[in-house]
Design a protein around this ligand. Structure first.
Ligand code: ATP
Length: 445
C-alpha cells in the first residue's frame, strides 16, 4: 500500500485533503490524473449500467434529504458501528475489527492484548454526519448528509415509474458523494469519510428476485474482468446469515485482494421489498407497481453498490508493477487502456527541433479532440517514457527524423515495449482501434 500511496502522491493522482493544515482524517483530494481516471471509471460504469441498456434510467437526487427518509430507512436507529475506546492510548477501535487493529502502545499486539490496555465496553456509534438546515439551530432543523445514494432512489420510485414509463424489471442508477463518519478510518481510499458511490436499484417482480440477484452478481464480476482486473485477485463471497442486514435475503460481495487482504470491493444485495415498504408506511405514499390489468405488488430490489474510490484503488493495486529494463528500474501502471487517465503521449524525439515540435503539436491537437492525450518535449526521451509508464499511458507516439522524411511515427507499447512504425495520417484511426481491443493484464501469467 505504501508504494501505491507514494506513487499517487508523487504523480498527483490523490493527496491528503487540506494538507497545508495537517489534513483531515480519511479525506482525500484527487489531482489531475486521479480526476481523469475517476471520470473514466464513472463513464464506463454509466455506459454499462444505463447507456447500453433499455431497462435502466439515471437519477441525480439531493445529498440532504428530509430527515424522515433516514428514520424510515432504519439509518437513524441502526446505521451504527460498535465502538470501543482505549483509556490508556486514547485510540478508538471498531469492536468487530479488533483482530485487524493495532494496539496504540505496541503495534505488534491487538487492542486489549497489552498489559496497559484499558478498553471501554462497546457502544453503538451512528455513522451519519449531522448538519442543520435553515437559519435556526435546534429541534426541527436537524438533517443528515446521505450515507448512501440508494435512499434518494427509493423515495423517487413513484416519480420515475410514471415519468420513465417503465415496468419491473427496471432499474434506477445514481452516482454521487456519500458521507460516513467512519470510526476507524485509514487504509487510504478503501475507507474514506467522503466517497463517491455508484448504486443501481433494480426493481423486479418478487418471484424473479433470486434470478436477477444471480444475474447482477455475474454481470458485475464480468465488468471488472473485462476491464482487465486479474481473476486471481477477484472473488465472489456470499454472506452467511449472521453477516446479512436484517432486510437482506442474500448478499454477495465482490472482493478484491487489496494489500490489506481480501476486502469488499462491491456489494450485491437482494433487499427484498424492505425499502419500498418502509417508505410506503412512513410517508403514506404507496410505492408499488400497478399493472394495466389491475395486478399490483411491491417490487423487490436487487442492488449492486460500489464506490469509485474502491474501484480506483483496486485498479492502482492491480496495475502497479516494477521491472528492470536495460539495467534500469521502471515503475509501470498496467491499466486497461479505457481506464488509463491518459491514452497516449505525443513526444518529439528532440525537443529543440522546431520541425519535430511542430509535427508533434499538430498530431497532439488532432488527437486531443477525441481522447485525453499528453504532449511532452522536456528532457531525455527515456525519462519521458518512464513518466508516462508511471501514470499508465498505454501508447506513446514519437516524432523523429524519419517522420520528417516519410511522415511516419513510432508507436511504443507500454506493456511489451514493442515499437512499430505507422503513417502519421493513420494514427488517429489506429488509436481509436487500439482502445477498443480486449486487454489482459500481463501480470496474470
Ligand atoms: P464495509 O463493510 O467495508 O464498511 P459496507 O458493507 O458498509 O462496507 P456498503 O454500505 O455495502 O458498504 O456500501 C456499498 C459500497 O460503497 C461498498 O461496497 C464500497 O465499495 C463503498 N463504500 C462503503 N463505505 C466506503 C468508505 N468508507 N470509503 C469508500 N468506499 C466505501
Amino acid at each position: 500500500m505504501d508504494k501505491i500511496v507514494s506513487l499517487s502522491r508523487r504523480r498527483g493522482f490523490v493527496f491528503p485533503s487540506s494538507e497545508i493544515y495537517g489534513g483531515i482524517g480519511s479525506t482525500y483530494d484527487y489531482g489531475h490524473y486521479g480526476v481523469l481516471m475517476k471520470n473514466n471509471i464513472r463513464s464506463l460504469w454509466f455506459e454499462s449500467m444505463v447507456r447500453e441498456r433499455d431497462d435502466i434510467v439515471a437519477l441525480d437526487s439531493a445529498i440532504i434529504l428530509n430527515p424522515r427518509v433516514w428514520e424510515a430507512s432504519g439509518h437513524v436507529a441502526g446505521f451504527t458501528d460498535p465502538l470501543v475506546d482505549c483509556r490508556t492510548c486514547k485510540l478508538r477501535f471498531r469492536a468487530d475489527h479488533l483482530a485487524d487493529s493495532e494496539c496504540g502502545r505496541r503495534p505488534s499486539k491487538r487492542p486489549g492484548e497489552h498489559t496497559e490496555c484499558d478498553l471501554t465496553e462497546a457502544r453503538q456509534f451512528n455513522l451519519m454526519f449531522q448538519t442543520q438546515v435553515g437559519a435556526l439551530e435546534g429541534e426541527g432543523s436537524l438533517a443528515y448528509l446521505r450515507p448512501e445514494t440508494a435512499q434518494g432512489i427509493f423515495v423517487n420510485f413513484k416519480n420515475v415509474l410514471q415519468l420513465a414509463r417503465r415496468k419491473p424489471p427496471f432499474g434506477i442508477a445514481q452516482v454521487g458523494k456519500s458521507f460516513r463518519n467512519e470510526i476507524t478510518p485509514g487504509n487510504f481510499l478503501f475507507r474514506m469519510r467522503e466517497f463517491e458511490q455508484m448504486e443501481m436499484e433494480f426493481f423486479v417482480p418478487p418471484d424473479e428476485a433470486d434470478q436477477w440477484f444471480h444475474y447482477w452478481v455475474d454481470a458485475r464480476y464480468r465488468w471488472y474482468t473485462d476491464l482487465g482486473l486479474r481473476e486471481s485477485h477477484l472473488r465472489k463471497r456470499e454472506h452467511d446469515e449472521s453477516e446479512r442486514s436484517h432486510y437482506s435475503s442474500a448478499t454477495t460481495d465482490l472482493e478484491y485482494l487489496y494489500p490489506i487482504g481480501w476486502s469488499e470491493l462491491e456489494g450485491v444485495a437482494n433487499r427484498g421489498e424492505y425499502d419500498l415498504t418502509q417508505h410506503t408506511q412512513s410517508s403514506g405514499t404507496k410505492l408499488e407497481y400497478v399493472g394495466p390489468d389491475g395486478e399490483r405488488y411491491t417490487p423487490h430490489v436487487i442492488e449492486p453498490a460500489v464506490s469509485i474510490d474502491r474501484i480506483l484503488l483496486a485498479f492502482l493495486v492491480d496495475g502497479y508493477d516494477e521491472e528492470v529494463v536495460a539495467e534500469r528500474q521502471r515503475t509501470v501502471l498496467r491499466l486497461h487502456p479505457l481506464v488509463a487517465p491518459v491514452k497516449a503521449a505525443i513526444l518529439p524525439l528532440i525537443g529543440k527541433s522546431d520541425e519535430m515540435v511542430s509535427r508533434a503539436r499538430g498530431l497532439y491537437e488532432e488527437l486531443r479532440k477525441r481522447h485525453a492525450v499528453e504532449y511532452d518535449d522536456g528532457g531525455a526521451i527515456g525519462r519521458r517514457y518512464r513518466r508516462q509508464d508511471e501514470i499508465g499511458t498505454p501508447f506513446a507516439f514519437t516524432i523523429d527524423e524519419q517522420t520528417l522524411e516519410e511522415s511516419t511515427v513510432t508507436v511504443r507499447d507500454r506493456d511489451s515495449l514493442a515499437q512499430e512504425r505507422l503513417p502519421i495520417d493513420g494514427v488517429r484511426a489506429w488509436l481509436d482501434d487500439a482502445l477498443e481491443r480486449p486487454w489482459k493484464s500481463p501480470k496474470e501469467s
